[in-house]
Design a protein. Structure first.
Length: 349
């Protein structure tokens, strides 16, 4: 019995839970809600916050990519590398994690629009393979492009593990990903009929690879952060202030976001702060994908109330719209995922 306990302890230590990453998922989904709301409201008396910082929150999708790669590595990297993974179970789990809620949202959108164009796009969405379409502009669940891209990453995950099989190869793969991004921007994007943007796996590959590289160095990073916690906090603060104070100089380059999000994730995997790791962060993080997928539906519902006729202060209207949108999306996500789907699953079993 003693040996069994020791084995369990070792097994658990090999798959640590980085609770502070919940805070990043929470920050990302709240930021994306804030960005979408401000993009649909007119703020005449804008400032640097509303004109530059909040619109930049659209790039939090890049952080989701890096977190997805890191999390997938935590769960499957070693199994794939050692040839111990059941691919049938692996892909079934990817479908069952994404499909039910996303399928429900697609159905709601199809019922709302009920036309042939929506039917075509809905079918493409439901396969979860629509990220393979070249330059697909799918309006049904417009934010769903992220799922299409991530599912392409899931398809390629065994190859991704091959690219990260050694640290040397991982850094070489990162350099190649940067080169492919540069070629895409400088060459392919020059042809307007062939847009090159974040929906393309090659455009965003460097974020996934950075997530994998962080995984490879996770133990060293955790140790260093814990030994230099105050210096780490200072680096995070300086990097964040520097990033958001120079947005107008950054243009459309991905490199500032690649650096910032890497710094945030590096800090969080070594931090055990209660500010980052608590019940609220864990609750929102668990629903972050669902909130991301459904929040625009609830923003449209908030718009239909015509709060602008009751609230004439633009800043106040914006804040209330964000709070209502986020609260409704969170409540709906919790009800569907944690109550309806779990009850259906229980009845089936």
């Amino acid at each position: 019995m003693k040996n069994v306990k020791n084995n369990n302890i070792i097994s658990a230590s090999e798959r640590p839970h980085y609770g502070s990453l919940d805070a990043l998922r929470t920050i990302a989904v709240i930021g994306i809600v804030m960005m979408h709301v401000i993009s649909h409201q007119t703020i005449t008396s804008g400032c640097y916050l509303t004109n530059s910082i909040i619109p930049d929150f659209t790039n939090f999708t890049y952080m989701f990519m890096t977190l997805s790669a890191f999390s997938m590595c935590c769960g499957y990297y070693q199994k794939v590398k050692e040839g111990k993974i059941d691919l049938d179970r692996f892909y079934k789990r990817r479908f069952t994690r994404i499909f039910p809620f996303f399928g429900l949202m697609v159905l709601i959108e199809l019922i709302k629009d009920h036309n042939m164009e929506s039917l075509y796009e809905s079918f493409a969405n439901l396969t979860l393979c629509f990220g393979l379409y070249p330059n697909a502009d799918i309006n049904v669940i417009g934010v769903g492009w992220f799922l299409g891209l991530v599912f392409v990453f899931y398809m390629l995950f065994p190859f991704f593990v091959f690219l990260l099989s050694t640290k040397r190869r991982a850094w070489l793969s990162f350099a190649v990903a940067i080169a492919l991004y540069a070629i895409g921007v400088l060459h392919f994007a020059a042809d307007q009929s062939m847009p090159f943007e974040r929906k393309n796996i090659l455009f965003s590959a460097s974020f996934f690879i950075v997530g994998g590289i962080i995984y490879l160095y996770r133990d060293n990073i955790t140790c260093w952060i814990k030994q230099h916690i105050w210096l780490s906090r200072a680096i995070v603060i300086v990097a964040t202030v520097l990033h958001y104070s120079t947005l107008q100089l950054q243009g459309t380059s991905i490199f500032p976001h690649l650096a910032l999000f890497a710094v945030w994730i590096l800090f969080c995997i070594g931090s055990e702060s209660k500010l980052l790791c608590n019940k609220f962060m864990k609750f929102i993080s668990n629903l972050s994908l669902e909130i991301y997928l459904c929040h625009m539906m609830f923003y449209r519902a908030v718009e239909m109330v015509h709060l602008d006729k009751l609230i004439h202060n633009e800043a106040c209207l914006y804040c209330i719209s964000v709070v209502l949108t986020f609260a409704l999306a969170t409540a709906f996500s919790y009800f569907i995922k944690e109550i309806v789907f779990k009850k259906i699953k229980t009845q089936k079993s």
